[in-house]
Ligand binder design. Structure first.
Ligand SMILES: C[S@@+](CC[C@H](N)C(=O)[O-])C[C@H]1O[C@@H](n2cnc3c(N)ncnc32)[C@H](O)[C@@H]1O
Length: 282
């Protein structure tokens, strides 16, 4: 059976409208998501679908499109279906082994940039690079820096390496399969991280359940890796630590840093006004 783009979109809307995802996410943009997925499978864009509603799908395209609609109906993230995500106005590749970069992490980039404008930090480390969006964005914006980007997940590192090569910054980012900064003996000027910071027992909403567990959960309390990064920076004389954190972790970080000599600790909020990260200078 051949579907026109128009009838495929109609059927997809009905499936999504009756789905568990619609219940979990009442504001789901069903028409938009159907179009994005159809455009992906037809290797075109949404404008083409609007201007060519009569264009038809091959049986293979139709099967793949409806498989992806069925997966989406169960809450599987659209970014994992299209393998694309926008971060800092650039399009990165991702897959299900990497966290889906969040818009609030763009603020971490802005905060790191503020530090880099006033300090001549040339050697940066990123812990937990995932798809590489932080390291790659910083490398693109700061031609003089070199970044060491680590992750415990080799499959995420493969995606990060591909992204770095695509953006032409692979010679300025050294990707390392390691925990924290283990085995990296180079002097580091600045440490940046969006580490896992959710407490292990926190019940995840449907939208996050398909993302890698090691990218989300930070330990029993949640802030364990944040603490480890601060201790590491102190021990290795790293001048600055920029981290994203959970909206409820400000008091925890303040208490942890209280007895550690430092120059300054500044917190920042996200666009919803929630505490979202800190810049710690030694
Ligand atoms: C929240 S994700 C951040 C990914 C990416 N930087 C971003 O902002 O989209 C955290 C990443 O840290 C990695 N990770 C978890 N524990 C780690 C550790 N001990 N050392 C290095 N990376 C770790 C996970 O595999 C995951 O890719």
């Amino acid at each position: 059976m051949r579907f026109s783009a128009h009838s495929a979109l109609e059927s997809a809307r009905k499936i999504l409208n009756a789905s568990p995802l619609r219940v979990a996410q009442p504001d789901l943009r069903i028409g938009l998501e159907s179009q994005i997925l159809l455009a992906h499978h037809l290797h075109t864009d949404r404008v083409f679908l609007h201007t060519h509603p009569e264009s038809s799908l091959t049986p293979t395209q139709a099967r793949r499109f409806f498989e992806s609609i069925q997966k989406r109906a169960l809450g599987y993230p659209i970014e994992y279906l299209t393998h694309k995500v926008s971060f800092y106005a650039r399009e990165f590749s991702i897959d299900s082994h990497t966290l889906i970069p969040r818009p609030e992490t763009e603020i971490l980039i802005d905060k790191a940039q503020e530090v880099l404008h006033t300090h001549d930090h040339r050697t940066i480390a990123e812990v937990g690079t995932g798809s590489g969006v932080i390291a790659i964005t910083l490398a693109l914006q700061n031609p003089k820096i070199h970044i060491y980007a680590t992750d415990i997940n080799p499959r995420a590192l493969r995606v990060a390496r591909q992204n770095a090569a695509r953006f032409g910054v692979d010679s300025r980012i050294t990707f390392l399969h390691t925990s924290l900064l283990d085995g990296l003996n180079t002097h580091i000027d600045m440490l940046i991280s969006n580490p896992p910071y959710i407490p292990d027992t926190y019940p995840l909403p449907l939208s996050v359940r398909y993302e890698p567990q090691e990218a989300l959960f930070g330990g029993e309390v949640g802030s364990e890796i944040l603490h480890a990064l601060i201790e590491l920076a102190k021990a290795r004389k790293i001048a600055c630590v920029c981290c994203e954190m959970g909206y409820d972790q400000k008091a925890d970080i303040q208490a942890f840093v209280r007895d550690i000599p430092h120059k300054s600790l500044a917190f920042y909020t996200d666009l919803s006004g929630f505490d979202r990260g800190f810049i710690l200078q030694f």
